[in-house]
Design a protein around this ligand. Structure first.
Ligand SMILES: [Zn+2]
Length: 68
């Protein structure tokens, strides 16, 4: 029976959504699931850019209101 050091560690490892780097889900990774503040900023920036690019689908006033 062989015990490897890896088998003792039960730290969950996730992948950074931005750079796909492995990030330990622990107190050592304050930016999880991102690997760093930089990636977190990048992801947030992408999200904001995406939102700004698409002004959003404004729901037009319902002109076929049956009560009108
Ligand atoms: Zn990253």
């Amino acid at each position: 029976m062989t015990l490897t050091p890896m088998s003792k560690s039960r730290t969950l490892v996730v992948r950074c959504p931005v750079c796909d780097k492995q990030v330990a889900w622990s107190e050592e990774s304050p930016w999880r699931p991102f690997c760093s503040q930089r990636c977190r900023t990048i992801d947030l920036g992408d999200w904001l850019t995406e939102k700004n690019r698409v002004p959003g689908e404004e729901v037009p006033p319902d002109e076929s209101d049956p009560l009108n």
